[in-house]
Design a protein around this ligand. Structure first.
Ligand SMILES: Nc1ncnc2c1ncn2[C@@H]1O[C@H](COP(=O)(O)OP(=O)(O)O)[C@@H](O)[C@H]1O
Ligand SMILES: [Mg+2]
Length: 389
């Protein structure tokens, strides 16, 4: 296979390398229940969704929409209506509640006028009706895939409040439960559990997604990373510049993350030096195209008020040469002036909870034998040390 380096760009489904096993597992889980697919930005979630749509199984009807820019429940319902209308029967299409969506939307469009509380409830009714009816008239199993779902929720919280977001999650859960064959797949690069916990703290919606299976996506397996690198080296005409035996080492330098492999090969093509030099430049922040800063800036999205505390915990793990136990993290935090006077940071249970979140959000991994913590990606660890120095 030959492929052009395209870091962050659209990857045609046939060029999505090494995700077949993951997709097979995904279908297996979907046969039973809905799925939350969570992983950090740029790891390859959207590429997988596109591939699912293109190469779907005949018994499924997968409908994909990126909902990142949606800021209201009303807009979300409209989007779902547009997704589903082509698949409604003619009689359903003529039904009054579809019209009702139109009318509600017209009301919501008046500039500056918020949809009153009563109408928020109406949205949930029509949403439930819409999802029920499409499911009843479809021979295929409907799979609604909403990419970047937690971003939308966060925006709805901001614009319409916690109750609107909590009610939406409850309605979706209710729809899943009343339609045995309906499946939803939410993907997100910000921690959904974080968004849900803010909804919960505000007193709404207890366990709105605990009927869904969480799947997390990792970097590529070593052999797949090598296949990707080979395809890119071929596609960029670099075969005589890279020794075949070195390719696994090249991939290891970027932790087999496909997005970084694209960057590495692109820089090689651009004559930016040896692979070692290119990776060093990315780690040192000299080459900002890799967008590693995202690993710092997203802390504030994930842990709004506490993000600086999380950064201090990450410092402790990053500055430790090998993996580090919770007790050692505690000691490091005691020795750190900014952390020494912070009651939360000195509290054992709080520390444990933070470490749990950092694992869920893919910053850290924990060794199951020693219980010690380490960065998930060594490249990010090195970058973190540079960035925070
Ligand atoms: N399986 C893959 N095969 C080839 N390239 C990939 C693959 N997965 C990700 N990439 C590369 O990483 C970039 C980001 O992938 P994307 O699917 O958009 O990630 P996400 O949706 O998780 O942010 C793509 O533009 C592409 O360069
Ligand atoms: Mg994406």
């Amino acid at each position: 296979m030959k492929m052009k380096a395209n870091p962050g760009g659209f990857i045609a489904p046939e060029n999505v390398i090494g995700r077949d096993e993951f997709i097979a597992e995904l279908w297996q889980v979907l046969a039973q229940q809905s799925v939350l697919l969570l992983a950090e930005r740029r790891i390859g979630k959207s590429s997988i969704l596109n591939k699912i749509v293109k190469e779907t199984q005949p018994t499924w009807l997968p409908l994909l929409k990126n909902v990142e820019s949606i800021t209201s429940v009303a807009r979300f319902v409209m989007v779902i209506r547009d997704q589903l209308t082509p698949f409604l029967s003619k009689t359903e299409q003529g039904k009054s509640w579809l019209e009702k969506i139109q009318n509600l939307a017209a009301g919501g469009k008046v500039a500056g006028v918020e949809i009153p509380q009563a109408k928020q409830a109406d949205w949930h009714d029509v949403l439930a009706e819409l999802l029920n009816s499409v499911h009843q008239h479809q021979e295929q199993q409907v799979l609604l895939m909403w990419d970047e779902f937690p971003w939308m929720l966060q925006k709805i919280i901001k614009n319409e409040g916690h109750q609107a977001a909590g009610d939406l999650l409850d309605t979706l859960r209710h729809c899943r439960q009343s339609n045995a064959n309906l499946r939803m797949l939410f993907t997100g690069s910000i921690g959904l559990h974080q968004v849900i916990s803010t909804i919960r703290i505000a007193g709404y919606s207890n366990e709105p997604v605990n009927d869904m299976q969480v799947l997390s996506l990792d970097a590529l397996a070593k052999d797949d990373a090598v296949d990707l690198a080979n395809a890119l080296i071929d596609g960029e005409g670099l075969t005589n510049r890279v020794n075949e035996q070195d390719i696994a080492g090249l991939c290891a330098m970027v932790d087999n993350v496909p997005y970084f492999i694209h960057h590495l090969i692109k820089s090689l093509r651009n004559g930016s030096g040896t692979p070692e030099h290119i990776v060093k430049a990315a780690i040192a922040g000299v080459d900002n195209n890799w967008q590693l800063e995202h690993y710092y800036t997203r802390l504030e999205d994930y842990y709004p008020e506490q993000w600086q505390k999380y950064a201090l915990v990450l410092d402790a793990v990053a500055y430790s040469e090998s993996s580090i136990s919770r007790k050692q993290i505690h000691q490091a935090l005691q020795a750190e002036p900014d952390a020494a006077n912070d009651a939360n940071l000195q509290d054992k249970n709080y520390q444990k909870q933070m470490l749990r979140h950092l694992i869920d959000d893919h910053y850290l991994v924990q060794n199951i034998d020693t219980a010690a913590y380490q960065f998930r990606y060594p490249l990010i660890k090195k970058w973190w040390c540079f960035y925070r120095d």
